[in-house]
Ligand binder design. Sequence first.
Ligand code: 6PG
Length: 461
Amino acid sequence: MEQFGVIGLAVMGKNLALNIHSRGYSVAGFSIDKPEVDALAKYQDDKLKPTYTWEEFVNSLEKPRKILIMIKAGKPVDMTLDKLKDLLEPGDIVIDGGNSNFHDTQRRFEELGKYGIHFIGMGVSGGEEGALHGPALMPGGDKEAFEKVRPILEAIAAKTEDGRPCVSYIGPESSGHYVKMVHNGIEYAIMQEVSEVYDLLRTVSGKSNEEMSEIFGKWYQGDLHAYLIEITSKVLQQKDDLTSDYVIDHILNVASYKGTGNWMLEDGVALGAPISVIAEAVIGRFMSKQTTREGSAPKFDGQAPADLVENLEKALNLAQAVAYAQGFQQLTMAAEAYKWELRYQSIAQNWEAGCIIRSNMLQDIEKAYDENGKLQVLFQAPYFKSLMEKNLPALRAVVKLAADAGIPTPTLSASLNYLESIFNPNLPANMIQGQRDYFGAHTYYRNDREGVFHTEWYEEK
Ligand code: 6PG
């Protein structure tokens, strides 16, 4: 009898199955796509069992069965669950490790619950390599069911610098997939921020790809110790197979997306979360698809400021903090709205290794929430408050320079605006309220007395 089952043996499922197997657990693998099972069969031994039918797969697992589904999000997951619910028994545990929409996970959690089947929606991050050697895992669902799979998940997960597994119980219901969605929103934001910095480096300071690769490589050794910075350095130095040029110079500048960042925005809007940087990152991808982009590219004729590279490093570091801050802010709002108790320091820890947004800054975020789990905004924490004070002038200088040069910096500008707004007691929303009351008698609150007010606005005849 095998201890764990994996359904879906494309690269992610296969690599996770091999990862589990490599930790000494016995695994059964199944896919409706026979060649995928054949590919797994190449690794077959007494602890790795390829199976070719639903029944063979389900019957090969010890009870309660523990099954991970790694297939394309959407309809295929519903079809798989539909099949499984007739074959499984109460107490069995099914984990969906795909990038499922949390609304779907919520519905599936409730539906399978009716059959006594425990459903865990689990975010998995880290791509193919992560799946094989150690992903970051974000499981949400029944705590009791999580405890049963905890040893396996801890064994396969990435480990933080001090050896803790990048997996912990996120919370009930669909909270695991919610947290993965927020991870992806942050991922979109940091990627767009990096792209804007790359644009400024090449356009304003005229750096070559090799020089930029070195700059990002150096930053990676310092405060910006983050996976996305590391791979940016590598992307910049890669030569093309087809030409002798750099690959980056031949990649069409139109960004694709599968939509997890967009989902974060949808729910952020529903919750009223001020996630401007993530919104700009999602819109940045839409903008890249605009067929109107046929004008001439901005050119910078002036002299690049001597402190440009230093300022860009500081600006990017602060903007990265804003991306995380907005992600955590949405999580705190979602936790309240959906009545989930989320432990933000564990979420930060989960992201410290294995996942796409891993960085050293997550250790500081973990500390910040460890000291105060009730932070509304990350920049209330002393470390981030002082980072903001230290790096804000650089961010302002970079945004100003970009504006003067006509170079768009949607996420860097949004980061600056967020920081200029979030603690500002004098935002001009009184004018919005005045206008609302003027044209629609929508009423307003006052800053000098309690109650709801409406003014009979004087209109000149
Ligand atoms: C991860 C990634 C992964 C994938 C994104 C890409 O954590 O491993 O987030 O899930 O790379 O889904 O998303 P887009 O195709 O929308 O860029």
